[in-house]
Design a protein around this ligand. Structure first.
Ligand SMILES: [Zn+2]
Length: 295
């Protein structure tokens, strides 16, 4: 395996293990500074920025009438980010655009609820309607009880150690009533449901600037949105590009569609991708269904 792919696996291993920990508030070290994921805001181009929370990131576009924000990531990060946005830009967040419904990107938006509307692909509403949601890889409802059990997570975790699954702190984070199961309601307790949904493409305009939302089809998730910033020649894409660079062991058939995405990327027209987990991949907004056929 090429060395660069091993690096990708190392990165995703850390993601899987850190997912639950990333949702907890920054701890206080013994006699030291507060501990928590590294956070920073970097300018991508013009008024487009990337905000990082450890191995996760989101993007936002600043306009004179407000901010269009991508994933809130988690409540602690979102509270930090709101403080940063208020201090630096003095305009409110008007839209929160969910990349997808997964537990490690979607929570935390409540802090923006006073000023923002929440936008997502229509399948996110389905994933939040109380039924067992679509989750990464082989995290599925194995006994069809509609709840997330230890086996639903640990079987895929043990089948592909360090690649697919959650760390041991998963249930302590989301099993809010400590009954040994995680209900869909518990999983989404910190996720304001979308109040604007779209099916294929959607165009947001704010303060004279434009953000195009594109549903790339089924890939890592079934409710994925790519944010395309035409004036900035940039896109913000989450998870499915990283998946494509890693392995098909836990992603199974979906990896093929994701790799098709990357193959098309090589001829893409976008200049920059401030992805959630990497910044190095390009993607073409011209191929709206860039993940290829549904598998
Ligand atoms: Zn995901």
């Amino acid at each position: 395996m090429p060395r660069r792919c091993m690096a990708c696996i190392a990165a995703v291993t850390a993601l899987a293990c850190a997912a639950a920990a990333g949702l907890s508030a920054a701890g206080q070290g013994r006699g030291g500074p507060p501990r928590g994921p590294a956070r920073e805001i970097t300018q991508v181009t013009g008024d487009l920025y990337r905000a990082r929370n450890g191995l996760w990131a989101t993007a936002f576009l600043v306009t004179k009438d407000g901010i269009v924000l991508g994933d809130p990531i988690n409540p602690d990060f979102a509270a930090w980010l709101k403080g940063q946005l208020d201090e630096r830009f003095h305009v409110p967040v008007r839209y929160v655009v969910y990349s997808h419904s997964h537990f490690d990107h979607a929570p935390g938006g409540a802090v923006f609820a006073g000023t923002a509307r929440f936008v997502a692909h229509e399948n996110m509403a389905r994933n939040m309607d109380g039924r067992y949601p679509q989750m990464p890889g082989d995290m599925i409802d194995r006994n069809s009880n509609g709840r997330i059990d230890q086996d639903d997570i640990m079987i895929p975790t043990n089948a592909a150690p360090g690649i697919c699954g959650w760390g041991a702190s998963f249930f302590t984070t989301w099993d809010r009533n400590k009954d040994g199961q995680v209900t869909p309601a518990e999983l989404f307790a910190d996720v304001p449901p979308p109040d604007i949904v779209y099916s294929d493409r959607m165009r947001l305009t704010l303060g004279g600037k434009v953000v195009e939302l594109v549903h790339p089809g089924l890939n890592h998730a079934d409710d994925m949105t790519v944010m395309y910033f035409p004036a900035e020649r940039a896109v913000f894409a989450v998870d499915f590009l990283a998946d494509a660079l890693v392995t098909r062991r836990c992603i199974r058939c979906r990896a093929r569609a994701d790799r098709s995405t990357v193959a098309r990327c090589r001829n893409g027209s976008s200049r920059t991708v401030p992805s959630s987990h990497s910044t190095s991949t390009c993607w073409s907004p011209a191929t709206a269904r860039c993940s290829g056929s549904r598998t």
